[in-house]
Design a protein around this ligand. Sequence first.
Ligand code: PGA
Length: 266
Amino acid sequence: MEVVPLGSAAEIAAVAADVVEAVVRRKPAAVLGLATGSTPLPAYQELIRRHQAGIGPGYHDVTCFNLDEYVGLPPAPDGGVHAQSYRATIARELTDGLGIGPDQVNGPDPGPGALPTAGERYEALIEKAGGVDVQFLGIGSDGHLAFNEPGSSLASRTRIKTLTAQTRADNARFFGSPGEVPTHVLTQGLGTILEARHLLLIATGEGKAAAVAAAVEGPLSASCPGSVLQLHPHATVLLDPAAASRLDRLAYYREVYAAKPAWQGL
Ligand code: PGA
């Protein structure tokens, strides 16, 4: 795992955008794994800014896979998908701005009749696309990765999960009231996520410091799903000073990044 302590969320956004752009330049039909939440937004905004300024790559040939999706959200008043669904969120926050069409973006299918087979169908779609080249990840304050809450099997695949009270409280800010946060989600499993070729986890803010320390320096454990990154051969963790503040080996991670050979990249 490569832990990269950076100075600010803006610096993280630039580095994350560099990583994604390098993948798309090398492989125009790249498969991008997308995460929702507040943490990746500066990186998404940076990708859009560069694309719209004409200095980013074209995204016409990419395919995207969202990490997860709420189950049980009512339709929007116009009959479309709910504004807080992850399909709508990813379109609004990233893919529309990059000129990526809705047909290029996949998400787990939360339709009520579809739930029993939604996981295996999603896994088949990812496999058919050749797997994910670079996967954005956030981490929950309880250590969750995607919506794999503590206790999730480290080998889990895409399936339905029940959110913890902590996660529902954390996500209540996106809804009119805490009671509107769905109790269930479909999420890629930890085993699914581990198959992406490059994992790019971003964490910012003091509220993530304990989860980051447990994931990066704690034992590999289903009690901290984020610790599964320790099993991945190419996992990069981008941290701002607050999120990095509880790491024991922080000085070493800084030294490693400062001494990183220029040819190596992230
Ligand atoms: P956040 O969510 O980026 O909104 O903090 C991260 C997560 O829950 O995985």
